[in-house]
Every structure is written in structure tokens, then in C-alpha cells.
Design a protein around this ligand. Structure first.
Ligand code: ADP
Length: 313
């Protein structure tokens, strides 16, 4: 088995609802797989089944131990699998009474670290998290970005081969997000694998080598970000916005110049193979503003999962 982690045909029901329905995926060493989908799509339940926190009704979770031995299986080998996983949950679970260094040491002890190994690893992880100067501060004294990086450092204390990250940058300001992305890229370069969920399509495009799009508990597509965009979308998008823009969505002459037309709020999106004739035609409506750009993951997400807001599933 060359894949590090393999989930096959995972399924879960709550009551009469199948919240995860036959989802399969695998993660290779050094790969970042992103799981994206609207609220209620089944992302958290899928990850919880991978972690052994939720028992699936069907399907298997396997982990390659990397020693040539047969694959480890959840839940039979849960402890051995967890020893090779690092987890960062969406909400920080740091101990508020301990300093940053102590938070790492306590977690290290769960994994049996001690002595020289612990003494070397804790300062190295604090440095990785850009928190050396906060080693003796408690989490309450840290910014949101620092707390997330401390959680990441804590997830690395057992030197895991696979990291599971649930919305790692939600709530962070742009500087903190960029710093987090840079650190995650470093981990990928070191050969670690990452499974992450995100609502940010720029994050998915930047970090993920492959994406799994879930909706209503099912995998609706899977692939490399650029391949998915090329497979599902026209290459060019002309966005038109401003007072009266929405009426253009019903203009037959403009519609004829686009392969697909979408409206979201007060913006019209024209998806096309060739933007120039559209730009010229829209330009004649002097007061409207236009943005011509390549199709991106956000367009893909909205095409595949719809534009309605989902409060929950
Ligand atoms: P996502 O992470 O994509 O938002 P979830 O996996 O959290 O989706 O939820 C999928 C669906 O399963 C939702 O409709 C949610 O309400 C439901 N669900 C999740 N956990 C439970 C539970 N413990 N009991 C009942 N329903 C649940």
C-alpha cells in the first residue's frame, strides 16, 4: 500500500438521515487533501470517523504503519493510529492554566516523551510556531493567530505523519493566516501529510494538492484544484455589478455571448470561453462596473453546491 491513509465507503446515519454516504478517499505521503462542502455536508462527521471519534455504520479506515507491516485499522488499532496523527480542532483546546511550553510538555507526556527528547522538542516546536518569546505566557495572553500556532505545535509534539486540521485559519486576520499557510507548507515540504477542512477557497487552492467536494454526505467530485476548475467551468468570468446590473442577466444578446449566467446578490457572473465580446457589450452600459478574471475555486464550489445559504444541513 503506497497511500498513507485510506478511507473506504464510509457511511453514517443519524436517525433516518444518511449524513455520510459511501465516501472514499486516500492520502499519500506529503500530500494535502482538502475537504470542502457547505455547512451540513458531512465534513466533520467524516473527519470524526477518520479519528475514531465516531463509529461508522459502514466502511473502513486504514493507516499504513510505514514498516512494511499490514495496515492498521480503525477502531481495532485506534491507539497505534492516533500515535501517528496530529489533530487541530476548530476551537482551541489549550489548557489556560499552563504556559505555552507547559501545554506542549503535558501533551508530550501523553505520548511518552521525556528527558532529552522532550527538552529538545519543546523549544524547537515553539520556534516553529514563532512563539519562542511567549514560552512562559499563558494562552489567555496570546492573539488568535498565536493560539492557533500553539495548537499546531501541540499537534506536532508526537512527530505525526498525518495532520488533521479542521478550519485551521477561521477567525484569523490576514497576516496570521499567511503565517499559518507558510508553516503548513513547510510541514508538507518535510513530507508530512495533511487532511484539512476549509471554507476558504483561496486556502484550498494554495495548500491542497487534491480536493474532495462533499454535499449531502456524498462525494460530488475529487481532483487537483486546477483540473477541477478546467473540468467544470469555462475559463473566463466577467462579473458585472452596480445599479441595474442584475437586469443584464435577462438580456438575450449578452446571454448569447456566455455559456452560463449566474446572479448572486447584485452581481451577475458571465462564464465564457471568450470574454472580449462580452466586455465590449457590457462596456456600452457606461455606469456598470466589470471585473474580468479567470474562473476560480469559489466559482467551482458555487456551481457544484449551489448559491443558497445553508445554515445547517
Ligand atoms: P459539516 O461539518 O459539513 O458542516 P457535519 O458532519 O457536522 O457537517 O453534519 C452533517 C449532518 O449531520 C448535519 O445535518 C448535522 O446536523 C448532522 N449531525 C452531525 N452530528 C450529529 C449527531 N451527533 N446527531 C445527529 N445529527 C448529527
Amino acid at each position: 500500500m503506497t497511500e498513507l491513509f485510506t478511507a473506504s465507503q464510509l457511511s453514517k446515519r443519524y436517525g433516518d438521515t444518511r449524513v455520510v454516504d459511501g465516501v472514499s478517499f486516500s492520502i499519500a505521503p506529503g500530500e494535502c487533501l482538502g475537504v470542502i462542502g457547505p455547512n451540513g455536508a458531512g465534513k466533520t462527521t467524516t473527519i470524526r470517523m477518520c479519528l475514531g471519534h465516531t463509529a461508522p455504520d459502514g466502511g473502513t479506515v486504514q493507516f499504513d504503519p510505514g514498516t512494511g507491516a499490514p495496515p492498521l485499522r480503525m477502531p481495532r488499532d485506534a491507539l497505534a493510529i492516533k500515535a501517528q496523527l496530529g489533530v487541530v480542532t476548530q476551537f482551541d483546546t489549550l489548557d489556560p492554566d499552563f504556559t505555552c511550553a507547559e501545554n506542549l510538555r503535558v501533551f508530550g507526556r501523553y505520548f511518552g516523551l521525556k528527558g532529552a527528547v522532550m527538552d529538545e522538542r519543546v523549544p524547537r516546536l515553539l520556534e516553529f510556531a514563532a512563539l519562542t518569546h511567549k514560552a512562559h505566557a499563558k494562552p489567555g495572553e496570546l492573539s488568535g493567530g498565536m493560539k492557533r500556532r500553539l495548537s499546531l505545535a501541540r499537534a506536532l509534539v508526537n512527530d505525526p505523519r498525518l495532520l488533521l486540521l479542521d478550519e485551521p485559519t477561521t477567525g484569523l486576520d490576514p497576516q496570521a493566516r499567511h503565517l499559518m499557510w507558510e508553516r503548513l507548507q513547510r510541514l508538507l515540504q518535510q513530507g508530512k501529510s495533511i487532511l484539512l477542512t476549509t471554507h476558504f477557497m483561496d486556502e484550498a487552492e494554495r495548500l491542497c494538492s487534491r480536493l474532495l467536494v462533499l454535499d449531502h454526505g456524498r462525494k460530488i467530485t475529487e481532483g487537483r484544484p486546477r483540473e477541477l476548475i478546467a473540468r467544470h467551468l469555462e475559463p473566463d468570468v466577467v462579473e458585472v455589478y452596480g445599479v441595474g446590473a442584475v437586469a443584464l442577466a435577462h438580456d438575450d444578446a449578452l446571454r448569447a455571448l456566455a455559456a452560463r449566467v449566474e446572479v448572486s446578490g447584485e452581481t451577475v457572473f458571465f462564464y465564457t470561453q471568450n470574454a472580449q465580446p462580452l466586455l465590449q457589450a457590457v462596456g456600452q452600459q457606461g455606469h456598470l462596473r466589470t471585473l474580468h478574471r479567470p474562473a476560480n475555486l469559489e466559482d467551482l464550489f458555487l456551481k457544484l453546491t449551489g448559491r443558497q445559504i445553508r445554515e445547517d444541513g
